[in-house]
Design a protein around this ligand. Structure first.
Ligand code: SF4
Length: 439
């Protein structure tokens, strides 16, 4: 257990480290709020973090990174030594030279220093769709994380390329389900539940994967009668799945699966957790036979930070506050909130609010701070009082963007994310089922 002395020492270390760090190197989230951060390493440059094993500082710091996770090679010192203004000038000049040949896609959770250059800003699926709508572009620079760049590559044209400015920008939740583990789970489920349709024509189990998963898992779902979902269409997708199967196995986010199924009336007792390192996921045969939704044991470390106590504190401090959270939060948090939905839902809720409204939000800090900046007529704040960005989104720093764009100007395509055509074909089947699914 951490002693009070250790906590005091950590806080002092962090303060002195932040004070020693030049302002242009400090994380934007910290500069904009003046609040304390969850991790002293957030004051480090990303190329320092990139040399260390793990997801880096921020929400996923304690998650276990797979041994084969992509790593980023060193950046030339031209970029690591440049200050913020110089990087800005290089990015603007390279973007102007590349023109419509290159489009920059920025996820809602990216730092403002990156979002300012994005041609399109959105959630992962909105950005993948933006890629399909721009056949004139030769290359998409995806300022997000690895699985998002894969989805953009699957949906974009065969001659278009997708690049990820920092290969170390993965997603700890997506990494919690590997294709080998998922195939092992499927074999065990088929052994227990059978692999053919029942008398009523329904399959024993339908695989459903959240968009936040590797292309290989999307392809697995495509091959096995399954489907992809996003946080905004998860209910429609589960309805689709229950029309075709007696059960669902939901990868990799247990919270989105549980919150969606609970809202549809599925009892918690009918949603066993699948722990990939245990036989039958750690469940009895009866539990699996009785299950309605088998939940993979994955989670997002950003959204796991939100608690019911934070909501109670917000309600005590701001009577009348409206609390909205992302469905990747644990079920008790979603139940204690006034509303839950995707990042786009959260954004629309804030846009629809009336001047003077106070809104507490349970999602990634960069999006919350940006929404407050865009709506000075409202009070918008993050439920979590500690600034703790998504560790992996945080890896995309302007230095990587400048390097990527200048490489493209020079005719090179750095950090290309290319999904093998066999995988892409099957993954596209699961994505197309999602697009065709209707409530
Ligand atoms: S916020 Fe969570 S789910 Fe999204 S990229 Fe970061 S770790 Fe992955």
């Amino acid at each position: 257990m951490t002693s009070v002395q250790e906590l005091i020492r950590d806080a002092a270390d962090r303060e002195s480290r932040e004070a020693r760090t030049p302002a242009h190197r400090r994380p934007i989230a910290l500069r904009s709020t003046g609040a304390s951060s969850c991790d002293a390493g957030l004051a480090e440059d990303p190329w320092v973090i990139d040399r260390q094993a793990g997801y880096g500082p921020g929400s996923s710091a304690a998650d276990v990174i797979p041994g084969d996770a992509p790593t980023q090679g060193p950046l030339p010192t031209r970029y690591t030594d440049a200050d913020e203004e110089t990087l800005h000038d290089w990015i603007v000049a390279a973007k102007a030279e590349l023109g419509e040949r290159v489009r920059i896609l920025g996820h809602f959770y990216q730092r403002d220093e990156i979002v300012r250059y994005a041609d399109f800003v959105g959630d992962s699926f909105m950005l993948a769709q933006a890629a399909t709508r721009h056949p004139e572009a030769e290359t998409f620079v995806f300022c997000g994380v690895h699985f998002m760049a894969e989805t953009a590559d699957i949906l974009s044209g065969p001659t278009q390329s997708v690049v990820l400015p920092n290969l170390a920008a993965g997603c700890s939740m997506a990494d919690m389900a590997t294709i080998d583990q998922v195939e092992g789970c499927w074999r065990e489920l088929c052994a227990v539940l059978g692999d053919g349709p029942d008398a009523d024509g329904r399959q024993p189990v339908i695989p459903v994967t959240y968009m936040n998963s590797s292309a290989a898992i999307k392809a697995f779902c495509g091959r096995n009668g399954g489907i992809v979902c996003t946080s905004s269409n998860a209910r429609t997708v589960l309805d689709w799945a229950f029309a075709r199967g007696r059960r669902v196995v939901f990868f990799p986010d247990q919270h989105l699966g549980r919150n969606t199924a609970k809202a549809m009336g599925v009892a918690e007792s009918d949603m066993p957790l699948w722990r990939p390192h245990l036989l039958n996921g750690g469940n009895t045969v009866e539990q699996l036979r009785d299950a309605k939704v088998i939940l993979w044991n994955g989670f997002c470390s950003v959204h796991k930070r939100f608690t019911v106590e934070q909501i109670e504190r917000a309600r005590a401090e701001y009577p009348g506050v409206r609390v909205i959270v992302h469905p990747e939060c644990p079920a008790p948090v979603v139940e204690a909130a006034d509303g839950a939905g995707s990042t786009e839902y959260i954004r629309k809720q804030i846009e629809a609010a009336s001047p003077g409204d106070v809104i507490a939000v349970g999602t990634e800090i960069n999006l919350v701070n940006r929404l407050q900046g865009e709506h000075p007529e409202l009070t918008v704040f993050c439920l979590d009082p500690v600034v703790c960005p998504c560790s992996t989104m945080y890896r995309i720093h302007p230095a990587y963007l400048a390097w990527t764009l200048e490489s493209l100007v020079a005719g090179a395509v750095p950090n290309r994310i290319a999904v093998a055509s066999t995988v892409a074909t099957d993954a596209r089947v699961a994505l197309e089922r999602m697009l065709a699914a209707r409530p």
